[in-house]
Design a protein around this ligand. Structure first.
Ligand SMILES: Cc1cc2nc3c(=O)[nH]c(=O)nc-3n(C[C@H](O)[C@H](O)[C@H](O)COP(=O)(O)OP(=O)(O)OC[C@H]3O[C@@H](n4cnc5c(N)ncnc54)[C@H](O)[C@@H]3O)c2cc1C
Ligand code: FES
Ligand code: FES
Length: 490
């Protein structure tokens, strides 16, 4: 195979790369090869935000999408056809600071400064994406955008102040049309086939190409948002010989209503997928906010979360409780199955050789259905669940006519609770039924003890979450969010 150059736009010109490892990170390349050292490395695992950069890509409407991501876990070839922005880009034509930077100075939002370039880029993405007419964002909106940026000296109040203050300074315009033109000129008709030192990186552009490649190279590793796979390289030093990157396949990003279900393509970014789900299931809003951080959700996909099959992944309990079907694809042929049947054993899924996840189908809410999902973790933002619970019951005249209960963190896979469900169905939705279902929980789950929680804590936590679900949804005097959720007061 003849290798092609990776081509991307950075600091006013097109960069062509042919001599870098397929898993060299964007952060390593900018710092060590381009000597643009404004962007920092803290954790190299997507947790601290010191490495935040902004990636620009053509959007479906011909405009550009600009998203803050963690450059420490993004591989360089994923930049092909895209634009990269780092803190070095923010200097104004007259040498002045950008309003984001000026506001941080004015509000005393930096001390040692190590975290500052990352904060600047997260805030810059917010600045350029927010229409002027929308005015100043709330502190809560800024908190969400900064949920992936850690600061160990300054404290967040002045940084959030700056996030508001930057909108009061004279506006710095960003020429999106010019960027769109640059990006259009960079688009390739064929797929990227990049090879270096015996390693291969393919970036198909259509579903058909992906299907064909996957069937041909069954040992290759699928790469989506790289928020799991990136760490296999930066933390575990794994050697990934052949990557098939699905982030250029627009068909996989489809999110659309199909009959009485919402279809979400496997390549839809977590932020986009959750936005669409929340329209139908507002009960998912807190889970979305607590899923990793804003930049991780800008890169990671819902398909990657589902396909990775981690027992502590956050989306699966809710999706299983909502009767989600998973759509698998092999060389042009698709098959579907209930999501719970996809998980066979610890880190073992029903994916067959040559197959990949094409999307999921989430049924829309039914009459009488009550649904909740809860994440139990030590921190609000950016933390891994000890237990993640999801409950969906349908009530008719106060009786439970159907029940679906699923947990993460309680077994080797995301798992439904057959005994708990049996204790609920056909019963009146009252205290006695809730208590009986709680008592049935140990028959379904025998969780492990690990550094996140003991087995006993997990079981008690799971039972208490079930009781909380009852308190929120009981026909008689259900409790409001303010009465059951400490974060509702935040
Ligand atoms: C800082 C940080 C915080 C995180 N917090 C959370 C959290 O709160 N909750 C949570 O659940 N997860 C969390 N994660 C894990 C991760 O973000 C999610 O699992 C994410 O959804 C993975 O998606 P991705 O697109 O990045 O997948 P990738 O890393 O690209 O791939 C993950 C796996 O799925 C496979 N894969 C991807 N797409 C497909 C496909 N279409 N078909 C077949 N196989 C496929 C890959 O081959 C790989 O095995 C966190 C990760 C980081 C780094
Ligand atoms: S270096 Fe910490 S998130 Fe990238
Ligand atoms: S200013 Fe030192 S870590 Fe934020």
């Amino acid at each position: 195979m003849e290798t092609q150059a990776i081509r991307f736009f950075y600091r006013g010109r097109v960069h062509e790369v042919t001599d870098q490892a397929t898993t060299r990170t964007v952060l390593q390349y900018t710092r060590e090869d381009l000597h643009c050292t404004g962007t920092k490395e803290g954790c190299a695992e997507g947790d601290c935000g010191a490495c935040t950069v902004v990636i620009g890509e053509l959007a479906d409407d011909g405009g550009v999408a600009l998203r803050a991501v963690n450059s420490c876990i993004q591989f360089l070839p994923t930049l092909d056809g895209r634009a990269l922005f780092t803190v070095e880009d923010l200097r104004q034509a007259d040498g002045a600071l950008h309003p984001v930077q000026q506001a941080l100075v004015d509000c005393h939002g930096s001390q040692c400064g190590f975290c500052t370039p990352g904060f600047v880029m997260s805030l810059w993405a917010m600045y350029v994406n927010r229409p002027e007419a929308a005015g100043c964002p709330s502190r809560r909106e800024i908190d969400d955008v900064l949920s992936g940026n850690l600061c160990r000296c300054t404290g967040y109040r002045p940084i959030v102040d700056a996030g508001q203050q930057m909108f009061n300074l004279p506006r710095a315009e960003f020429d999106r049309a010019a960027l769109a033109k640059q990006l259009q000129a960079l688009q390739r008709g064929d797929m990227l086939s990049y090879e270096f030192d015996g390693h291969t990186f393919h970036a198909p552009r259509t579903l058909a190409e992906l299907g064909e490649l996957r069937a041909r190279f069954q040992e290759a590793r699928i790469l989506a948002g790289s928020t799991d796979v990136g760490l296999w390289v930066t933390k575990q030093f794994r050697d990934l010989k052949h990557l098939i990157y699905i982030g250029q396949v627009n068909e996989l990003r489809e999110v659309a209503r199909q009959g009485d279900a919402l279809y979400i393509g496997a390549g839809a970014l977590l932020n986009d997928a959750y936005d669409a789900l929340i329209i139908h299931y507002p009960e998912l809003a807190e889970l979305r906010q607590r899923f990793a951080s804003f930049p991780i959700r800008n890169a990671g996909t819902l398909g990657g979360n589902v396909a990775n099959g981690s027992p502590i992944g956050d989306s699966m309990p809710a999706l299983i409780a909502l009767r989600t079907q998973i759509v698998l694809h092999r060389a042009g042929v698709t098959r579907e199955m209930p999501l719970e049947d996809f998980y066979l054993a610890y880190q073992k899924t029903a994916l067959e050789a040559g197959e990949f996840v094409q999307g999921i189908r989430v049924p829309l809410p039914q009459a009488g259905q009550h649904f909740r999902t809860y994440k139990l973790a030590k921190r609000f933002d950016q933390d891994i669940s000890a237990v993640c619970a999801a409950f969906a019951v349908t009530l008719d005249g106060g009786n439970v006519t159907s029940a679906r209960v699923a947990f993460g963190g309680m077994a080797a896979t995301p798992k439904r609770g057959a005994a708990v469900e049996a204790a609920l169905v056909g019963q009146p939705w009252n205290e006695a039924t809730a208590r009986a279902a709680m008592a049935a929980l140990p028959a379904d789950y025998q969780p492990l003890s690990d550094m996140r929680a003991t087995s006993g804590y997990r079981l008690a936590g799971a039972q208490n979450l079930l009781y909380r679900f009852f308190l929120e949804t009981r026909p008689d005097a259900p409790l409001s969010a303010q009465e059951v959720n400490a974060f509702a007061f935040a």
